[in-house]
Design a binder for this molecule. Structure first.
Ligand code: GDP
Length: 365
């Protein structure tokens, strides 16, 4: 971080280390601007000014708390964007407590990834149950694909109905597709020039992006929040692309005997320790190679083949083992990577990179 240099757009300190952080400007661009005595804009503000394009940023826990507090003091509609494919990884801790009495509309994004046979009604009921378990009682739940124009139009109409003249704050953790959605909203609402304005959250260096909705109210985009248990937090942008599904995932079912192991590239491992031979279905990006092997010797197998036969893999990653004894039919989720549907009465172990959340939940499908 360069102590004296600040972006004149958002006020963030200019830095060249963290691409996703506030105030990022590549070192080469920074040098050029300094040599030419140009105005300093961070990359995000630059792209915003020139291309009307939102570039995702992320912020720290402290800044995030300040931000939620500010939102809690407003009379507003809160739109919380989550990733259906990574519901647990999308949750904002204690959102309901911090946002005061404001109404929350839960927008579940990336529906295009899930098997199309899954009905929206069933999905919505499942999301409602999951949200409730987290203490969230949204006004409504809307399932969308931010990449689908019609979905975005319908969502905007719904927001218009629910907001009742109030401002709208859009919040979400990083990687749920919030920028994609905001960009789509801007495109949809365009026709006028300069419809975006930026301003600062008081008391912070954080920029917020304001899109006027009418003469009195606006839609406000907030920076993404880092959820550390997400796989995305541990991957470079390039690797993240490899594991983020872009189209409908094709579930794969394996008839497994006890003492068999499945590898999901070099990123995760699933051991079926004991239980009757049965079918287990894996929901992961189609590009991730799945390998079956014997449990005995699986660790050596991993050491020999990670990054080659087992790909993609992250360099120098340590897989940590977690064991589960399951009574009912459940999903075991590796946050941001995918999940395995496991039938009842099975003892299993899941190995995932250190720090990445592994959770058991009621089966989605
Ligand atoms: P943000 O960090 O929340 O602003 O997320 P981004 O908008 O940068 O999106 C994160 C990743 O999810 C990108 O690779 C997007 O292309 C992808 N993405 C966003 N929306 C969708 C969607 O509706 N469907 C699919 N399949 N991918 C999406």
């Amino acid at each position: 971080v360069n102590e004296e240099l600040r972006c004149i757009g958002c006020g963030a300190l200019i830095q060249s280390e963290d691409k996703n952080g506030l105030g990022y400007l590549p070192a080469s661009a920074l040098q050029k601007k300094l040599e030419n005595d140009d105005e300093l804009y961070c990359q995000r503000c630059f792209r915003l000014r020139h291309y009307n394009e939102i570039v995702p940023t992320s912020l720290t826990d402290d800044d995030f708390l300040k931000l939620l507090q500010e939102i809690g003091e407003q009379d507003a509609l809160i739109v919380n964007v989550v990733d259906i494919f990574d519901f647990n990884g999308s949750l904002i801790p204690s959102l309901h407590r911090l946002t005061g009495n404001n109404d929350v509309l839960l927008v579940a994004n990336k529906k295009d990834i899930l098997p199309h046979s899954l009905k929206v009604g069933k999905l919505t009921a499942w999301l409602k149950e999951q949200a409730k378990a987290q203490g969230l009682h949204p006004l409504d739940i809307r399932v969308i694909s931010a990449m689908n124009r019609d979905d975005v139009t319908d969502l905007m109409n719904e927001i218009e109905d629910y907001r009742e003249g109030r401002d709208v704050y859009v919040v979400g953790v990083t990687n749920v597709g919030k920028s994609t959605l905001i960009n789509a909203i801007i495109k949809n609402a365009s026709g006028e020039d300069n419809i975006i304005t930026t301003s600062r959250f008081p008391g912070t260096t954080l920029d917020k992006i304001e899109i006027p909705l009418d003469d009195e109210s606006k839609l406000i985009d907030t920076p993404g929040i880092i959820h550390r248990g997400q796989m995305a937090h541990y991957l470079e942008a390039q690797d993240l692309k490899l594991i983020s599904p872009k189209k409908e995932i094709k579930p794969k079912t394996y008839q497994l005997n006890s003492e068999q192991t499945l590898f999901f590239g070099g990123l995760a491992r699933f051991d079926f320790i004991s239980g009757e031979r049965q079918g287990m279905t894996a929901y992961f990006d189609n590009e991730i190679d799945i390998h079956r092997t014997k449990l005995i010797g699986a660790t050596e197998f991993y050491e020999r083949h990670a990054g080659e036969l087992l790909k993609p893999a992250i360099a120098d990653v340590k897989l940590v083992r977690r064991e589960f004894s399951l009574k009912g039919k459940s999903d075991i989720v590796v946050s941001g990577l995918g999940w395995i549907n496991v039938p009842e009465r099975a003892v299993v172990a899941v190995w995932a990179p250190e720090g990445v959340d592994v959770v058991v939940r009621k089966a989605l499908i």
